[in-house]
Design a protein. Structure first.
Length: 219
């Protein structure tokens, strides 16, 4: 299933790094993390922490950025994605608690106005035996496209130009509360001209667990 064909797809995250899990626990009200996603001269995607305006973010948590970049690489990258344009990713971490036996709506931050092409809602973790439910709608809430129950390590990737509305909820079992951690990504096209592929950076791979750094492309 591909967003290009259907407008949505169920995707996998892979193992969630400890630094990402700790970020949900230690920072209940985090600020958004911004990443720039670029196709490089080495035919690979590169993720770099930036400000909302696309400039390098020197104050970003590099360990956290590396952890979520690894998850986004698996969830976002596919043949349906145009490599001729960079993407700007607005990433949020959302923790929801549902009391025992209750179902609560999951309140997600909306994308910045204008230019949002894709959305990703992925379950980074869930405890307490609860279940999550997600619904995607077409031109209005009366036009259902999909109802799914993503498990931890799974997410929904959807095309904002096809999916007009999305709704999410967490249901706790009768024996105790449920806690769910979601990664919510809004994928936008950066403002301004896009660099040509031949001017893209070339990857230089650092030690395991570090961010990739760049040097100017040689071709």
């Amino acid at each position: 299933m591909s967003p290009r064909e259907h407008g949505f797809a169920l995707v996998g995250l892979g193992p969630v790094p400890g630094v990402v899990a700790a970020a949900f626990r230690d920072h209940p009200r985090p600020r958004a993390l911004w990443l720039r996603m670029s196709w490089t001269a080495d035919d690979d995607w590169l993720f770099r922490p930036v400000t909302p305006y696309g400039a390098p973010d020197e104050g970003a948590d590099r360990g956290l950025a590396a952890g979520v970049s690894a998850l986004l690489r698996r969830a976002l990258c596919g043949p349906w994605l145009d490599v001729h344009a960079d993407r700007l990713i607005e990433l949020h971490r959302v923790r929801t608690v549902a009391p025992a036996g209750e179902t609560v709506p999951v309140r997600l931050p909306g994308p910045v106005p204008g230019g949002c092409e894709f959305g990703l809602v992925a379950v980074a973790g869930r405890t307490g035996g609860g279940t999550g439910r997600s619904r995607l709608y077409g031109t209005g809430p009366e036009v259902p496209l999909l109802e799914a129950e993503p498990a931890p390590g799974q997410g929904l990737l959807f095309d904002r130009r096809v999916v007009a509305y999305d709704g999410h909820e967490l249901r706790a079992g009768p024996d105790g509360p449920a806690v769910q951690d979601l990664l919510v990504a809004h994928v936008l096209r950066p403002a301004g001209p896009q660099p040509a592929l031949r001017l893209r950076p070339m990857l230089v791979r650092g030690p395991a667990g570090t961010l990739l750094t760049t040097r100017p492309a040689l071709r």
